[in-house]
Structures are given as structure tokens and as C-alpha cells.
Design a protein around this ligand. Sequence first.
Ligand SMILES: Cc1ncc(COP(=O)(O)O)c(C=O)c1O
Length: 406
Amino acid sequence: MPVTQLREIAPAARLENVRYAIRDLACIADEVARQGHKILPLNIGDPLNFDFQTPAHMIEAVYQAMRNGKNGYSSSSGIAPALEAIRGEAARKGITNIQDVFVTSGVSETVDICLTALLNPGDNLLTPCPDYPLYSAVLAKLEIGLNTYYLNEEDGWQPDLDDIKKKITPRTRGIVLINPNNPTGSVCSRKMLEQIAELARQHNLIVFADEIYDKLIIDGGAENDPHVAMAAVAPDVPVITFGGLSKNYLAPGWRIGWGVASGEASVIKPYLEGVNKLLRSRLCANHPEQYAIKPALEGPQDHLIEVKRKLRSRRDLTMKWCAETKRVSCVAPRGAFYAYPTIDIPEGDDVFVTELIRQKYVTVVHGSGFGQRPGTKHFRIVFLPDEKTLATAYAAIGDFMRERYK
Ligand SMILES: Cc1ncc(COP(=O)(O)O)c(C=O)c1O
């Protein structure tokens, strides 16, 4: 007689706090799409969903690697030409005192490994609010409570230094800085980086500098790139700089990211042994795709000119709509492809977003999915779609707001 399992298999209780609003909303969008409506997706930061293409020479490099039999495991840190190219790129950004470099399956895995290698029960890590939700998801998995610091909307979404100071406790081990920022599109000033570095020195913190969008600065020209790497202003401070192919190099599906560890050797080395233990235990990052890293970082960068031209035009269109629309205002994003307008509405931003999908088939993400100061409401726009799609989406959001809020 067959045995039937009667009791349900429950997920671990610690997952209660794992939220990923960006993908969670996609479930509602799928439901609306199944009813036959065409969704305007302004919610997922994947350039390949729109008119952007992975540079051909990178595809060729991966194809050749596969043809040349690079289909087994690689070493746990990554292949030598990739590591050398990442070091070279870090040096071009002014990062010195490099102690280690490693390749991972996307920055997502770098984050998972770096946080896991650092935190003991009872420790805390400063993360921005609003933040990219991966950080809080990994912390929930590690059963580490959140210790968030605010980004200051009145100050162009720069980190609120006073709030950071207030939030540092004896158990604070590090700080996460997302620059350029998701979801606000802000870019940190050099002065701000220096001040955060000083706090890291005083309180013995490691800095996780998520700079995955560092080549997508849309203020200034292609030749006038104002992004300053955190590690470059603080060669003595332990910093892990996160980068990858997903955004700058338009290959998110390849799942290639990396970490560059810098700082005083005696300070950071013991921690890096922990990181390497975890790198070894997950074997390696995707192998053939690693062959695209060197051509990406050292080959032609022409695609960036075109990408930034499109992003600038789409950012400007977004800002124009925000300026013209009642109840909406927005700090102009300076990097990446996100805008984070504030909305003045008599209901929660989660309701706003859900009803917007159901009634007008436009998907954006609610501010409460990223965190925000109490009493404020926002939504995140991904302005990757072409101008025509954006204009249609903004007209629909405008109609929705007029109809709903009078
Ligand atoms: C700030 C930030 N960090 C990390 C990631 C994850 O990147 P990856 O595709 O390399 O895992 C994203 C993706 O949107 C992001 O916005």
C-alpha cells in the first residue's frame, strides 16, 4: 500500500522576513497578463527586456570558451585572466592595497558570501533605507536583525551621516553603501565617502561598496565620469567593492559578479580566509561566462555611450512627467536606471501599485518594498523602456491618479 505524507512541509520560520517586492509583484502582473492585458513593465532592472543588447565580442568570447572545452569547474576564486582584468579595472579606478579578488555567480552571490562570512548572531550590519532588498533577505536568512540608516531625500538621497552615527552599536560590524544607488539613482559625493570611511576607521567597520552601476553615470558626458570608488578614497579601510557584468555590460543572465577586497592586509586577511572558505564550498562561479570578463573590461566600451545616451533621454522624460504631475515629485537620478518619486496619496503605496497593475496594467514597485522614512510614500520606476513605452506608461499612471484621487 502506498505511503501518503499527511502533514504539510513547512518552510523555515526565518523566511518570514524574506521579502523581495520586485519579484513578488510580478505574480500579480502575471495574473493580469493571463487575463489578456499587455503589461508595461517598469519594475524589473533587466536591460535585456528592452532595447539593449549584450556586446557581441563578449558573446563570442563565451561561445569560444564553450567550444574550447571550458565547461568543467573553474578554480573557486575564478579564472586567472578574469581576476587579472578585474584587478586592472580596480587599479584604473584608483583602488590600491588590493588583498584579494574573486568571481561569483552575480553580485547576489558576492553579497551572500560576504555577509555570511562576517556576521555572528547578535551582530548587526548597517544597510541603507531605502535599500536593494537582497541585503535584507540575506540578513533574514542569517537571522540578523535589520539596522538601517536613512538616505536623505532632502539631500539628493545622500546617506544621512547623523543617522549612521546614531545607529552604530558595539555589535555593528560593517556598512553597506550602494553607489550609484538602487532604488534612488543617487551618486555619493567624494566628501560623503570620506566621512563614511572615517566612521569605518573609528568603529572598526568593513565597508561593502556595491558599485554594480558604476559605469552608468548619466550626469556629465561619457568622458566626464564622476563616479568615485569608495575603496579609492580609503586605501587603509577594509572595503569589498562589488561589481559585475549584469548592468554595466548588459549580461544579467550570465550571473557573473565579483568582489575586490582592499585595505590594510593585517586587518582584512582573517576575514578573507572566511570568504575563501565559502567560495571553495560552493565550488566556483559559472565557468565559460568568466571568459567574457577580460574582453568586457579591456575591450571596446562603445556600448556604454549608446546606453547612457538612451538612459539620459529616458531619465529626462521621466523627470518631465514627475514635474508636470500633481502629487508626484522626484529627486533627479544621476546614475543607474531607477527613479524614486515621492507620492502624496491618501492610501498606502502598496495599494497604489497593486491597483495600478490591475487597472492600468503598469508595473512599478512600492516604496514600502524598499523601506522608507515613516509617513513617506514612494514608488520605484525602472526607466529602461523606450520613450514611447514610457510615455504610454506615464499617461496611464497620470490617468489612474486623476481618476482615483480627484
Ligand atoms: C544594487 C544591486 N546590487 C546587486 C544586484 C544583483 O546583481 P547580480 O545580477 O550581479 O546578481 C542588483 C540587481 O538589480 C542591484 O541593483
